[in-house]
Design a protein around this ligand. Sequence first.
Ligand code: SER
Length: 569
Amino acid sequence: MTSRELREKFLSFFEKNGHKIVPSSSLLPSDPTVLFTTAGMQQFKPYYLGEKSLFGKNAASCQKCLRISDIDEVGDERHLTFFEMLGNFSFGGYQKEEAIKLAKEFLDSVGIKIDYVTVFSGDKEVLRDEESAKIWQKLGFSEEKGTLRFCGREDNFWGPTGEEGPCGPTTEIYSQDIEVWNIVFNQYYCHKDKSLTELPLFGVDTGMGLERLAKVSQNVPTVFETDLFGLIMKEIKGDDLKTKRIIADHAKSAVFLASEGILPSNLERGYILRRLIRRGIRYGKLLNLSHDFLIPLAKKVIEIYKDIYPEVLSKEDEIIGIIRGEEEKFEKTLEQGLKEFKDYVLRKEPKGGHAGVARDQMILDGKEAFYLYQTFGFPKEIMQELCKEENIKFDERGFEEELKKHQELSRTASAGMFKGGLVDSGEQAVKYHTANHLLLAALRQVLGSHVLQRGSNITEERLRFDFSHPDKMTEEEIKKVEDIVNQKIKEGLPVVCEEMAFNKAKEVGAMGVFESKYGEKVKVYTVGDFSKEICGGPHVNNTSELGHFKIVKEESSSSGIRRIRAILE
Ligand code: SER
């Protein structure tokens, strides 16, 4: 079946079965703790908590979603950043039996064979889902046949989206070796501290990726051969399949983000759009595509989706303009990077042509390579080629190590990273954010300049700060750090924000952690002459606003990384 047929059949099936059909909400959710809509349930989140639903007890939708967390998986047979999620939802209406039966009946009706299903196996907190298992057994599935499998928290428990919210055990349906449908029973509320309490009503939240469903229905090897990608893939010339898939995926996400009025920038949503476009271009370079190859791809995306999501057509000119503009900027950045690389080679070259030091003993070291990668967006493959041209070595291992360090960094900061570690922008959280800067500067004074920020997470109640340091801090060191921070608070230092070019910021010695997200212009926050950091803000105006600073815990976070929890009293 075509994707259009599948979409229509899904919605009409659930309409026939007593569901109100609700249009896709925007990719930009109203929930401030998440950047993008990542699931169909997001627009219904309050209804699971007991708020009266505008759509009755049962609803169904086909929702535009964006999951940036899957970006590294894109290129395999089933992962995407932008995708559509088909879902049926119930807020205190039907429960497990009906949810499972409806799913089975729908798949039967479109000729999809279920290979096996999984059910939650239970743990200390939440009971094994015997009820779902019994329902599947009645439908002919069994452990003996291998068609009914039990899995734990990792696999069969969903949620919450963002910092807190509804969540619960799932039962999942597999066909042709991929998970096609996730049926969540929203029985719990997950609080910020990860504790669970029961919800006032029983919730059902299901999600089935349309692209995966189309892959299975159209019986093709990957989602990229379905009719949702065919036209785009055809437009990309070149041999490397994985590279082509990544380009196709990013072109699609970029079109949808641009259609929602997002502009490329260095912050939050704009940064994601920038990253998708630039990553797409980088991969295009590997295939030697012409410099504006994204434009015809964007047009194909629009052609595929214009009837379903009319905003991509009505905004066509803006979308094309945004992509073109970003392409031009990126070209300039790449040119600068090339210059930087050449300068580096010159700097390293031995002066006066000493005998015995040959070009081929020179090396582009891991740190410099990572700098080029991060600041100018040079992919590894391009650096390898440049080094070959210049007849110097490329420190691949060093580069990979730097990359790994950075990835760990991003994971630690998780959702908060795009707000400078700030999850909650309440007044108290802003104070913690400034305290964060004071803490880093104090740690460097006390422990040494090897201390770098490795992650940060802030709520209204506390700050959590990860940093590089090999040993457990002693009582005295902790005390010293506290005293310095409190001294700086007492001094009532002004916090000043300046915008400047990233290179300039480095020159003036600003600390910056998440360098890859900074492009041309960055904000630099200075606290007296004590601290200088690249940061998105916001901050208090004067350190005197902070109150008393106290470290409540110092512990290991991972190898070579310590973690501090601190409060303002
Ligand atoms: N919320 C679940 C998911 O995203 C089911 O819709 O997989």
